[in-house]
Ligand binder design. Sequence first.
Ligand code: ACO
Length: 344
Amino acid sequence: MSSTPKNFTNPRAKHNFTGRTVSIAGVGAYVPEKILTNAELEKLVDTSDEWITSRTGIKERHIAAKEEFTSDLATKAAERAMKSAGVTADQIDLIIVATITPDMVFPSTACIVQQKIGANRAAAFDLEAACSGFIYGLEIGQQFIMSRTYDTVLVIGAEKLSSIIDWKDRNTCVLFGDGAGAVILQNRENSHGLLTAVMGADGSKAKLLYMPGGGSRCPATPESVDARLHYLRMEGKETFKHAVQAMVSAATEAMRRCDVDITKIKCVIPHQANRRILDAVGERLGATPEQVFCNLDRVGNTSAASVAIALDEAVNSGKIQRGDLVLLVVFGAGLTWGAAVIEW
Ligand code: ACO
């Protein structure tokens, strides 16, 4: 179960005329020092450790300092990924930052990271697909390498969600945390690398999970601030249902494209939104509990950073070894979803 099955063919190879395969050459993550426990949340809103633990599985989350921004978290994760890949800043051709909490509306957080890590040659942009952003970023980064436009791409998922959380809303404030994860994508011959990625979206359900204020539709005014429009809003129950359905279907499609079944997957890394979502997705995919990676008890939902932080932890804890097949599967606002199969 732990290594690539015999007769396995990289689905990319069939349609890939450039002869390139894309490897995740290195991974890194960073979470802020400060930990916010369920016990501390009990003092902020009408909630309990018992409710949060039993309904979500979350025990604590990390919260960035006042002067610590998404770009700072992203930079720390990026530097760790570069070190793990043995890549220097001048080698990076492109930086993609997936985030819903950029430092500013513009310029992009990717440009700020470019300056902070000194990747002066790199193009840089942000992408926004909420909690699905990291898989969207992987797929976009991979396409640039497959097309021979670039050789080395830095993909980062980074969030300071504490900056858009309504600390008076017990329905949402207990769920989220801050953090960042990053990978270096590179063309590496004779490597299966990133095998396939599936992406999807359904804009008709945008209002299940959104932030009404701050954009061109509702710029900041004293009234919009008073009405608490600059905070994240979510219809939890409905979002939950769509999350399970979309994640199962994206994961199934990704495995179908690679011609592998769940028994060949060493580790399933789902978006860390809720323990009950992880259990339902794992069960419907036919995965054993041991196959499904979970770190949300310690980090909560970190949106675009979620699977990147989990991947880093799975690699560094030895749960994933070189050659293992790994299934990443995500879901978020938009609605958006995605799945990717990688040979680590
Ligand atoms: N403490 C105590 N009680 C609470 C809390 C809390 N923190 N939050 C809600 N409750 C109460 C509610 O008020 C409600 O009370 P009522 O019955 O008196 O009205 C009761 O608990 C049940 O509330 P539900 O919303 O039905 O609880 P549910 O079991 O659905 O759990 C949750 C809520 C955890 C939000 C869950 O629905 C969920 O995880 N949803 C999916 C989230 C998700 O998938 N996010 C992914 C994308 S995230 C992104 O893109 C940024």
